[in-house]
Design a binder for this molecule. Sequence first.
Ligand SMILES: NC(=O)c1ccc[n+]([C@@H]2O[C@H](COP(=O)([O-])OP(=O)(O)OC[C@H]3O[C@@H](n4cnc5c(N)ncnc54)[C@H](OP(=O)(O)O)[C@@H]3O)[C@@H](O)[C@H]2O)c1
Length: 300
Amino acid sequence: MIKVLLTGSEGQLGFSIKDLQPKGVQLVSLNKNQFDLSKINKIKKNLEAIKPDFIINCGAYTNVDMAEDEKETVMDINANSVKEIALYLKKHGGSLIQISTDYVFDGLNSYAYKVSDKVYPLNQYGFSKARAEKFIQEILGESNQGIVIRTSWLMGTISNNFLLKMIKMHQTKKEINVVSDQISCPTSTKTLSEACWKVIKLKLEKDFYKNKFMPILHWCDNGVASWYDIAIAIGEISAKNRLVDSPAIVNPINSENYPTKAKRPRFSLLDCTSSREFLGLEGEYWRKSLEDSIKSIAEK
Ligand SMILES: NC(=O)c1ccc[n+]([C@@H]2O[C@H](COP(=O)([O-])OP(=O)(O)OC[C@H]3O[C@@H](n4cnc5c(N)ncnc54)[C@H](OP(=O)(O)O)[C@@H]3O)[C@@H](O)[C@H]2O)c1
């Protein structure tokens, strides 16, 4: 039986990864206290005790605005820890799935970013995630032991995410202002978890990665949207599922009118074409994914 270590197990993605655990896998799910990525000098020892065949690294410092003021902590949790993990795997064997982000790009493109496009992060969070990608490429690149999966605008059924915040807004406000000039695609934690487990399944298929390997994958749901579009969809779908009586009016605003500490890319859509082909997975239209998530929140 293969042993998979999941870090950040109590985050929204960690929650879905656990939920979709396939048969034949021993999953060691550890939360922040049980496997602390900020404690760099303990990582090697912790891994020596676990001896994982795979690591799905979902633990991360994810508060993009606070990250601007905590550069060192962010760099430790999001990048220096990954370097330690990669060094351990290089020596002892095993593979890493590292979750990365559309925020490694600057958003100046007018077409969806390809896996091979150059990264230019605009904020500390993006910078730390890009640094992690580089460590993986440098340490595990030759041996095909590391796969980076970049995703965008993750939304699951727990945690402090945009979906849950918007449901609350629609429940309590008559009108809300939402940024309409940042464009990407929301991604359900469920579809991303399926992609993570598929990476492991393919890796176990003998010789698959010898003939065909992609060190960086892009995974988001299908389509394109602004935060404004998503906010409207959340209101409509939540009303259909009786989570909201009457959705709030959503007004589109520009990023200038919603100042945040961290700069965000204006257009960070990820081109998933080659990744979907590689994984043999089709992907789900974002609104359908959102419907599934809201339905499951309503059922709870
Ligand atoms: N959310 C998005 O829109 C988005 C978009 C693109 C990529 N990603 C990436 O997707 C991955 C999963 O993110 P998510 O959305 O599931 O975020 P999340 O819900 O914030 O989960 C992150 C988890 O990491 C934990 N964590 C924080 N500091 C840690 C540490 N020092 N050691 C170990 N764990 C620590 C958090 O614990 P606490 O909550 O207790 O701090 C939390 O359980 C991350 O790599 C993130 O960068 C997210």
